[in-house]
Design a protein around this ligand. Structure first.
Ligand code: PNS
Length: 157
């Protein structure tokens, strides 16, 4: 059974993330969505909320497991007995960063590989940073964020 780990902050999960997970689930029998828990950064959404958002947005995709991790990604890979990291790339602007973290991860764990999927064009402009800014203005998120996640963001409004 081939497993990949899709790490990220997911603050919050977007339609772009969901698309990458859906496509990865056709290639891998298990996709572990791994939420980075960074004690030095304060996310917009706490870990429990981000996990609920991801579980809700990916409930229709078979083989998806949601977990969180703290520390080095390669340590989480080893703990999970997995060698493949999945990343989504929206365009050329994402490549230097992905090349950098991919090379560092492979230096720390030579047997690992990074698999990169290209975002669909309609999702290539989406970022969680942009979504967080729109949330501050209570803007319409429907093009960028799955509806059940929007309902969790704008709860009670
Ligand atoms: O989606 P993001 O927020 O850009 O994801 C970044 C992530 C989680 C892949 C990266 O920050 C990470 O792997 N952090 C864990 C710490 C680590 O392993 N650092 C060394 C490689 S950069």
């Amino acid at each position: 059974m081939q497993t990949c780990i899709f790490p990220g902050s997911f603050d919050p999960i977007t339609k772009g993330h969901v698309d990458i997970i859906e496509r990865a689930a056709r290639i891998f029998s298990r996709v572990i969505v791994a939420i980075l828990c960074n004690s030095e950064k304060t996310p917009c959404f706490d870990l429990v909320t981000r996990r609920r958002m991801i579980e809700t947005a990916t409930a229709h995709i078979p083989g998806v497991v949601v977990q969180d991790f703290e520390g080095l990604l390669v340590d989480f890979l080893r703990q999970s007995d997995c060698r493949v990291v999945l990343r989504g790339v929206r365009g050329a602007q994402d490549l230097p960063y992905e090349q950098q973290i991919g090379a560092v991860n492979q230096h720390l764990m030579p047997e690992m590989e990074t698999v990169v999927l290209m975002s669909k064009p309609e999702y290539s402009i989406i970022s969680s940073t942009l979504i967080r800014e729109l949330i501050g203005y209570k803007a319409d998120l429907s093009l960028y964020v799955p509806q059940p996640v929007i309902d969790m963001i704008y709860v009670g409004e």
